[in-house]
Design a protein around this ligand. Structure first.
Ligand code: FES
Ligand code: FES
Length: 155
């Protein structure tokens, strides 16, 4: 099987993958980074969002082989160095931006990408940006509030 190498959360990793192995499968099954969730077979739910070279990507839409040589960041890489929750994660906790939590890793990764591009997004911009992330629990209100709170803190 061909081998693939990349940096994940600042650490060099490599593995042998089949050509059809998705990045989401490589992260979960080979690297055991199970914070990247898989919520659909149709690339719609956004639970699998990670950053590849600084941009949000649905990890189920990319082959592991395509990530060769890239820098990948997953939800596990969003915590502070001491293991405490990062700013966006903490904001989700403080503002009740989750219920079951299944969508949350993808929401946090998408929010981080949005805030990297737009430091003070409007509510409408947040809602539009989250179009690719589906939450079946929260009604989105507290997710939006969480991202607004994180934006204020990061400003
Ligand atoms: S698992 Fe990737 S979008 Fe649903
Ligand atoms: S918190 Fe349950 S799917 Fe979003």
């Amino acid at each position: 099987m061909p081998s693939v190498s990349m940096t994940v959360n600042g650490k060099a990793v490599s593995g042998e993958v089949e050509g059809r192995t998705l990045l989401s499968q490589f992260l979960r099954d080979d690297l055991h980074l199970t914070g990247t969730h898989i919520g659909c077979d149709t690339s719609q739910c956004g639970a699998c969002v990670v950053h590849v070279d600084g941009k949000a990507v649905k990890a189920c839409t990319m082959l592991a082989a395509e990530a060769e040589g890239t820098e990948v960041r997953t939800i596990e890489g969003m915590a502070n160095a001491d293991g405490s929750l990062g700013v966006i994660q903490q904001a989700f906790q403080d503002h009740h931006g989750l219920q079951c939590g299944f969508c949350t890793p993808g929401m946090v990764m998408s929010a981080a990408d949005l805030l990297a591009q737009n430091k003070s997004p409007t509510e409408a911009e947040i809602r539009e940006y989250l179009e690719g992330n589906i939450c079946r629990c929260t009604g989105y209100h507290n997710i939006v509030k969480s991202i607004q709170a994180a934006a204020e803190q990061l400003a």
